[in-house]
Design a protein around this ligand. Structure first.
Ligand code: NAD
Length: 291
């Protein structure tokens, strides 16, 4: 697929990342079909898009006309076949290999062979995800950061069988989306999530040992120059997503102890305290979605 002719992008998963990626694509002029298997995602996505487009108009970053035009190019669907016209599909469903692969197999039966399929996975091997595809050469990692319509960086990851053309197209697309693409190797967690594991895990260990409080760690890490403390960042990411990424990196490095999950992560996940998206994680929030 050539970048210059691309008009239509599909997104799978309308959660923390999918909705923000949709906003980014809409504002860059693309038509977007967002597929989510859960009906509740529709209201959430539409509210998110409207709030953020309104905010951009109020700040005079865009005109009311371009906000309306962007919104008119958006379609939410619970029917995967609606993604048939998409020239690129970006997957942003839960961080688990099996559901992602089931989705990719279903997609391959729907979209033309020229359609690129990208995963926003934070940690799962692109080569492994592509293993079940008939055309692994069109499969690639496109790892946005949270919130995706704000954060510029996108890690672009080629799997063992990804074609150089797919890499080139996605790199150019990132630029059209106003993002900064960085080519990363297909190693567990890629670059940022591999290095960031210890930011979260050490923070959880020191609080579990009674060495510091959650608030103390966040305030001090911010004072030391980090933009966000580890706990507020985990709440923004989603405690469940962060835990899934930790598990995935640990498993892929053959359970190396330095990547081992912290017990407190599982406790919060089991309790449904998933951070901002549920209204409570390590901190409490006024409204479930606060971005
Ligand atoms: P999320 O839990 O906020 O949203 C996931 C969405 O996918 C939900 O709307 C859910 O209804 C939908 N979904 C789940 N299973 C589905 C299926 N089988 N088919 C269709 N829709 C399905 O998750 P998220 O935080 O947006 O993460 C999505 C992906 O993006 C993960 O792979 C994650 O690792 C990655 N990611 C997350 C962050 C982050 O900060 N949250 C950053 C970068 C990458």
């Amino acid at each position: 697929m050539n970048n210059d002719t691309m008009t239509t992008i599909g997104i799978c998963g309308g959660g923390t990342m999918g909705a923000g990626i949709a906003l980014n694509c809409l504002q860059a002029g693309y038509t977007v079909f967002l597929y989510d298997s859960f009906a509740q995602a529709q209201e959430r996505c539409i509210a998110f898009l409207q709030q953020n487009l309104d905010k951009a108009v109020k700040k005079k970053l865009i005109t009311q006309e371009s906000a309306d035009a962007a919104f008119s190019r958006f379609t939410f669907t619970q029917t995967l076949t609606d993604l048939k016209p998409c020239e690129l599909v970006i997957e942003a469903i839960i961080e688990e290999q099996a559901p992602k692969q089931t989705l990719f197999s279903a997609l391959e039966d729907i979209v033309p062979q020229s359609t690129l399929i990208a995963s926003n996975t934070s940690s799962i091997s692109i080569t492994a995800l592509a293993a079940s595809l008939r055309h692994p050469e069109r499969f690639i990692g496109m790892h946005f950061f949270n919130p995706p319509h704000v954060m510029k960086l996108v890690e672009v990851i080629a799997g063992k069988r990804t074609s150089p053309e797919a890499v080139l197209t996605v790199v150019e697309l990132c630029k059209k989306l106003g993002r900064t693409p960085a080519i990363a190797k297909d190693v567990p967690g890629f670059i940022v999530n591999r290095v960031a594991r210890n930011y979260y895990l050490e923070a959880m260990r020191i609080t579990s040992e009674g060495g510091a409080s959650v608030e103390q760690v966040d305030v001090l890490m911010r004072s030391a120059g980090f933009k966000m403390g580890p706990f507020e960042l985990v709440d923004l990411i989603g405690v469940d997503t962060n835990y899934a990424v930790t598990l995935s990196v640990w498993e892929q490095y053959f359970r190396e102890p330095r990547f081992a999950p912290a017990l407190v992560q599982k406790e919060y996940v089991d309790a449904g305290l998933h951070g901002r998206k549920t209204g409570e994680g390590f901190y409490k929030y006024d409204k479930p979605i606060d971005k």
